[in-house]
Design a protein around this ligand. Structure first.
Ligand code: URA
Length: 209
């Protein structure tokens, strides 16, 4: 079963408070999401494998460590996931960025893929699928299905705020995927919003409403 990590780092929790607050405007909201994504990327890469290389410092020969694992791919779920990409790229600038877009079928209410573009070497990469909110889990589950259908085998999911309902659904649908969360909230309300949450992440990131 995939593991669930909730990042309780004080800096992440502090910034999340301002992200949640309704008086935080679009510019500051976007900057804070970017900063939290960077901090989460630092934590999420903690288990990256290293290998030793020989180098020359100005003083002596030395054995030192460099990253040795699979190359990374970041896949934001359109549209709110885009707000987390630059923050991750600050720490992992060589990562490739794919995109997946989903809409909700008005009859079945199920998410349906309308757009996908991934790096060509899907099997070789480790992917981080990102979306600020894990609410019912429907979009995350479908996005990860879309990646797996195209050959991805190594996938993590990262979000700012999750509802317990979404975490349970994602764990059940994709037990191989580890989930990284900045805050696990109380519940979903009748409109599918996370409580207390932050409102509509896409609208707050892009200033639409
Ligand atoms: N998507 C959002 O943007 N906010 C929520 O609370 C739930 C889903």
């Amino acid at each position: 079963m995939g593991k669930v990590y909730v990042f309780d780092h004080p800096l992440i929790q502090h910034k999340l408070t301002y992200i949640r607050d309704t008086s935080t405007g679009t510019k500051e909201f976007r900057e804070l999401v970017d900063e939290v994504a960077t901090l989460m990327a630092f934590e999420i890469t903690r288990d990256m494998p290293l290998e030793e290389v020989e180098i020359n410092t100005p003083v002596s020969k030395a054995t030192s460590k460099v990253l040795s694992g699979k190359k990374l791919g970041i896949v934001p779920i359109l549209r709110a996931g885009i707000g987390m990409v630059d923050g991750i790229l600050k720490l992992i600038p060589a990562a490739k960025v794919g995109h997946v877009g989903l809409y909700r079928d008005p009859e079945t209410l199920m998410p349906v893929e309308y757009y996908i573009k991934l790096p060509s070497d899907v099997e070789e990469r480790e992917f981080i699928v990102v979306d600020p909110m894990l609410a019912t889990g429907g979009s995350a589950i479908e996005a990860i299905h879309s990646l797996k259908k195209r050959g991805a085998v190594n996938i993590k999911f990262m979000c700012l705020i999750a509802a317990p309902e979404g975490v349970d659904a994602l764990k059940e649908a994709h037990p191989d995927v580890d989930i990284y969360i900045a805050a696990l909230d109380e519940k979903l309300n009748d409109h599918g919003y996370i409580v207390p949450g932050l409102g509509d992440a896409g609208d707050r990131l892009f200033g639409t409403k």
